[in-house]
Design a protein around this ligand. Sequence first.
Ligand code: NAD
Length: 976
Amino acid sequence: MRLEKETLEIAREIISRTSEKEPHFWESSWWDGRVVQWLASSPEIKTGVLRFVDVFPALRSSKAVIRHLREYLPDTALHLPENLRVGRKFLDSGLITPRAMAAAIRLGVTSAAKRFIAGNSMEETAGALDKILGEGMSYTLDLLGEATLSEKEADNYRDRYISLIKYLSAGRAPGDPAVDVSLKLSSLTPRFDPVCPEYASQEARRRLRPILRAAMETGSKVNIDMENYDLRDLTLSVFRDILDDDQFRSYDGLGIVVQAYLTDAEQSLDALLESLKSRDRRATIRLVKGAYWDREVILANQRNLPSPVFMIKEETDASFELLTLKLLENTDVANVAVASHNVRSIAKAVAVGWAMKVPPERFEIQQLYGMADPVKKALVDMNVPMRVYAPFGEMLPGMAYLVRRILENSSNESFLRRLFVNKTPVAGLLRNPAEALAEKARANTPRKREEAVFVNEAEPQFHKDETRKTYDMALELVYRRLGKQYPAVIGGKERLSAETFISADPSDPSRVVGHVCMADSKMAAEAMSSATSAFGGWSSTPPQKRADILFKAAELMRERKFELAAWQTVEVGKTRIEAMADVDEAIDHIRFYAEAAIGLENPNPVKSSPLGESNYTLYRPRGAGAIISPWNFPMAIMAGMTASAIAAGNTVVVKPSSNSPVCAALVVGALRDAGLPDGVINFVPGGGETIGTALLDHHALSFVSFTGSWQTGAWIAGRVAQKPESRCGFVKAVIETGGKNAVIVDESADLDEAVSGVIASAFGFGGQKCSACSRVIVLADVYKAFTDRLVDAVASLIVGPPSDPQSHFGPLIDEEAEKKAENYIVLGMKTAKPLIVRRAIVGPGYYVSPAVFGDTLPDSRIAQEEIFGPVLCVIRAVGLDEAIRIANGVDYALTAGIYTRTPSNALSAIALLAAGNVYVNRKITGAVVGRQPFGGFKRSGYGSVKAGSVETLKELMTARSVTENLSRHGFSPDVG
Ligand code: NAD
């Protein structure tokens, strides 16, 4: 149904009805009434203002308000509006006090917030709703709030929604439309995670049911909002489960949302309509374009996934029109709500609705509170049912919402802005998006193919059924293959030993993962000899050929990605997300080093060569070396250390950790299957000291690559430094060791982000990461607010078998690790304030509950020593200087981070934090190959090597400077 003529007529009518008056949101003043135009005038101003508004509610003093204003909007750099410039002048000359200036700013921001937020209390909101009803519109109310990070916060949301429904119903006048609320399922459980859909759905429904019962009892409506793409299918599954719930069979007040900007929106809507039809049920379906476009694009880019949203605006607009039509054809099961501020989109919906004679109770337009009010009025006057989506809540959590609205109003894509500010000709604005798209497609010349560069593995999409099922099947496969023999590999031959050792599952130590060859020092020495003999051939193999074998190995691992990850779940207790990340990192490492090594052996010319002389550097492989790897990244680190050495042309003997020999054997298997010549890689599992000593003392050892604890690393460095009998002279030691990493949280931090980031950094894989956060240093002003939320959120973490998708983390690696962590917890109980200590954990594995200690003394042992378990110290600091001093006051320097929205604090942290990897406003774990080269200094490493960078390759090679005299009797080819 095209109805193009009717669409344009309706659109023109709406516009003519609105153009008589300046739109309300446009004319009323924020600072000088032209703020939105000012915002759109430059990207720096827009960023500065949005960031200032974002941090504003966190600023407790006038001084802080003024400081942030100056930092975000420096008057030297930006063209400030007149009143702001004058205000600043008065402030600088002492004519007004910081307090008065801050109060004026507060007034400005609050009035901006009030424009888009219906109220901050129920009473205030009820007034705004009365006004909406009085203007002939209805409403749906959305409760703004912080992110739900704990069970307590989720309970709180549930209770607030129930009270809201009851309060509004009680005050409802006869004839008023039904009370209508909109909610987000992620606010009803801290674990609304698609990796565990059954559990997430069960938890969300547990809190949704009482809300729905309250709605049923009062004849109210409840809409389930859509959030980001990852949560779309999970949200729909909760919706379907509620439809099937016996207690709600007679309830038809439920609503759901479809986002037209998703490339698969149509299929998803078809499935949704089908699920209503097959159940003979009715629901409200709100069609929106989608509010998270930027976020979806950023996330997909960071995860190396295709974008789930359309990249061209007209594609979304065209999709919106298509879905509008589809919805209006299905009003037998759907009450259709078309939510948009785009007059063309609305007009199309109205044209179709009128043509199909859809009754008013089956079709309405929705718009946001405070946006496009003249359009709302025009539609009401044209007898189109109109509902206002009205958020309400406190200023602090409301800021994120306000930022989104300001962004939308100042966006060049905004229909309203183009209509009212840019005065774009109406004909262009009302153009059929499908036609505009077709024209663009005709005009587009095919894009040039981009140069091949290293690209990281795409993140697994656990929101897809297929991904989760594949993981489950991989786990089943691995369980069937447990208990096999894992031999050593020397010179291409598999070797068994009389003695073997057992690699056990840390979540159930009676489960044997594999029987592993216990190599002795003789075998280790043989392996070194084999690597030495293979060196000549391998080092003279062209780098491209070496790389091709490594690429093949990466491909073989990619084919078995899920199975390899499942082996990690079983052998070291990684949850599926952590395990997949480790395999992805292993593949990344192999491909990254293979690619980076190509060309490294070519002459690297020195830039400052004079005429008649050629100066260049040549990198050559070192020889045979030992790879001694840890268990906590059983494939990623082992593969990275091995691949860097091999790609550079060296040969190796790999000694894996005795806690992860099977994982290591699988990587060795992939490398051999890919065609590595015999002897290039040798594999000798066994006792650290026995094998380690034999390898380190071998006369032909030319380098050792070690990752593990500082104690072992220091011992190795000492041992290889003193080798009078070594034929290779100095033995190169590449050593990466532990950390005692800190995150600083300052007064301006976004606590939603800080709490969730600290939890991910401290408790991911039970804190068994060298990069884990084990100290969080919180400035006194936010200490209580941060700690209260942290404690509730940590209390909500689920510790259990890593094979259960809902577990946040599984067991520690072995009994020794469990005892060590428990001992530190006992110590913490004596020396700090236990905030959370023990919840019973059932199961035979080495489980340790997360522990958090408050007011920890910076010099106490728990705040100084690497624990490698789920133990977090909270330390109070008076100011940023002290926080940085405390952060740096340990022997290690691996990772560190800061959560701040004060630009100068971020700069100080970047300049002063002693850590190899510094992170601002994000978790401090999960460095990505090629993106965040990884490694520390002090007791964390030498400081020069960075895993996942070309430097690592160079460390594993020798550099030769070559100088050639080019001139013969005064003639040189580089002259003339
Ligand atoms: P670890 O030091 O106990 O063992 C590391 C490796 O060294 C193992 O293969 C082990 O068998 C071997 N080994 C032990 N004693 C040896 C000896 N005398 N001679 C030769 N080899 C010997 O460390 P781990 O428990 O396997 O790993 C955890 C440690 O690793 C933590 O301290 C962690 O911070 C650190 N780590 C650092 C990084 C990094 O990139 N900086 C990465 C991961 C782990």
